[in-house]
Write a protein of this length. Structure first.
Length: 298
């Protein structure tokens, strides 16, 4: 979610290819995909579809363009979900695709019943959870700053960026094509929300960082890069996030720099023992999570 941090590799980088097509393909597809997306954007502006439905259509437009005739992938089930009829939308599917979709009615059912080609399951789950209201996502057409992402996450929200301008023909921030960029946001959203215990801990972690933001010395670029990556492009179990933070603070400064950071906030001794042999996860994880709970956004 940040220009400073998309040059970093997340812990999930190996599970999802960043550049889904070549630069030559981007140059060719950009005007074609852009034209196909325009009527969906108009529907969004006119209130005919909501933000989550627009992103669902955005993904299908890209997939259908890149994998004509085969983008739906394998059919997983036959679930019925109310929503917007996909036949009323300005798609132009091949006859074989329409035949495969003939028993379904809504865009939501397509996402629920098919394993799309080259698409992680977490993308489909995030779209459906967003549509149902269980994921608090916000559509943006720009890339927010790390500080904006921190503010969103401490309040239990995340954004999903859809590129609609000339950047369709480029790798966003030099790393991801537009579809990969949007999917990356949805994958992060799923990691943020999907497991409730993990979600609650992250709220406390991001609230703690926001409360103590002035403590961190971001004048050192290497540390600033690590820190901003942590607050804007990493979603994980709160204890893992704290371990990464401590590792960066100790590496670029000192162990004392980490220990002095939250000392006025009555942290448990377990926090100082992170990344040390004396740390007992079965006991100390919960001690830290209980402490983090007070920093959740009220």
């Amino acid at each position: 979610m940040t220009e400073n941090f998309y040059n970093k590799s997340s812990s999930r980088a190996g599970r999802f290819k960043k550049k889904l097509v070549s630069q030559d393909e981007l140059n060719t597809e950009a005007p074609l995909v852009g034209a196909k997306l325009t009527p969906f954007y108009k529907l969004l502006q006119d209130g005919k579809i909501n933000e989550a439905q627009f992103v669902a259509c955005y993904i299908i437009v890209f997939l259908a363009h890149r994998n004509p005739g085969s983008w739906p992938g394998a059919k997983k089930s036959v679930l019925r979900i109310n929503g917007i009829p996909f036949r009323n939308l300005p798609f132009h599917f091949e006859s074989n695709v329409l035949k495969r979709l003939q028993e379904f009615e809504t865009i939501e059912e397509i996402f629920a019943n098919f394993a799309f080609k080259s698409t992680p399951a977490s993308v489909n789950r995030a779209i459906l959870s967003w549509i149902s209201g269980s994921y608090g996502l916000e559509l943006m057409f720009r890339i927010p700053t790390p500080g904006e992402v921190l503010q969103q996450q401490k309040q239990g929200r995340r954004c999903v960026t859809c590129i609609m301008d000339k950047r369709l023909s480029t790798y966003i921030l030099g790393e991801r094509d537009a579809l990969s960029f949007t999917m990356h946001d949805l994958i992060h959203a799923d990691h943020f929300y999907h497991h409730n215990n993990c979600y609650e801990g992250q709220l406390g972690f991001y609230g703690l960082l926001d409360k103590t933001l002035d403590y961190f010395d971001l004048s050192r670029k290497e540390f600033a890069d690590e820190f901003e990556y942590l607050i804007a492009d990493m979603n994980a179990y709160a204890i893992h996030l704290l371990k990464c933070l401590k590792s960066a603070m100790v590496h670029y400064f000192s162990e004392n720099y980490f220990n002095e950071w939250p000392k006025d906030l009555n942290p448990p001794l377990a926090l100082q023992l992170l990344n040390n042999e004396g740390y007992i996860p079965e006991v100390m994880d919960q001690e830290i999570l209980n402490w983090l709970n007070q920093f959740r956004h009220k």
